[in-house]
Ligand binder design. Structure first.
Ligand code: ADP
Length: 253
């Protein structure tokens, strides 16, 4: 009887989690879809003629919301692949300094409000990693810094600490309350009552952590309310010079 009750309880909890998941995801998908549908229907109305600037404004919203929907679906797919252990990581030699310079340049070109300072102290440092997945992690952290600390400069640093590469991404924004720090890496977790106008799914940092773990690395956050947030990423330095170390591995959960 005790066993049966425990099984029923586990099933009930699982159902509850699945319901929560469906509710969160439906809401996240429906919001951009609602904008797209609303503005497209408005533009299609025959009884009103829109001037060029209004039409451009509505089309820009549709374009941005379609990008957001795309990003959300990408995140959901990555998240479920990571959960199932089927996300492929293509290891190859990567020069971290070049990768970080490239990401900083791309991000600040895309968003001219983003002011990034680089402090790269490991010239020529090469590790084995998947450059696309690492770029995804850093772009996510930069995207978060610009969403949650919009007027703050961002500093990216690279050092070697005890045989590991240490990369930090720091902003000087509002920070994260200490009781939420570890939870922010959980799937769908968003800090309650933070700036509610900032949209998100709570998947970004979960994906970042899983990708870094698939590289045998670690990611952690340090923050003090009012004093900004620093994400620290540690990655193992493996010798790859002159060896053909490229390999494909599945990210294990
Ligand atoms: P999302 O941004 O989609 O909500 P994330 O997993 O990327 O999801 O982040 C989880 C939560 O961590 C965010 O909702 C936000 O509350 C908090 N957070 C992340 N980065 C920062 C930052 N740089 N400054 C303040 N809060 C942050």
């Amino acid at each position: 009887l005790v066993e049966q009750v425990a099984t029923l309880e586990a099933e009930r909890r699982l159902n509850h989690l699945q319901d929560d998941f469906i509710a969160t995801i439906s809401h996240e998908l429906l919001t951009p879809l609602g904008f797209i549908k609303g503005y497209a229907t408005t533009l299609l109305r025959q009884d009103i003629s829109w001037d060029d600037s209004t039409r451009l404004e509505f089309l820009t919203i549709i374009d941005e919301e379609a990008d957001r929907l795309h990003e959300l679906i990408d995140n959901l797919m990555d998240s479920s692949r990571l959960h199932a252990g089927t996300l492929r990581i293509n290891f190859q030699p990567v020069r971290l300094e070049a990768l970080l310079r490239d990401i900083a340049l791309r991000s600040s070109t895309r968003d001219d409000k983003m002011k990034i300072q680089l402090k790269l102290n490991a010239p020529g440092l090469q590790i084995l990693a998947d450059p696309t997945r690492l770029a995804q992690v850093f772009e996510n952290l930069l995207g978060n810094a610009s969403k949650y600390a919009p007027d703050s400069p961002i500093t990216i640093s690279l050092d070697v600490v005890a045989d590991r590469a240490l990369i930090t991404v720091a902003d000087y924004g509002p920070g994260i309350p200490p009781e939420h720090l570890e939870n922010i890496f959980k799937r769908f977790y968003r800090v309650p009552n933070n700036n509610t106008s900032v949209r998100g799914s709570g998947l970004g940092l979960y994906i970042c952590r899983r990708i870094i773990q698939a590289h045998d690395g670690e990611i952690e956050a340090e923050s003090a309310l009012g004093n900004g947030t620093t994400f620290k990423i540690f990655l193992p330095i493996k010798h790859s010079e002159g060896e053909d170390n490229s390999s494909v591995q599945e990210a294990k959960t």
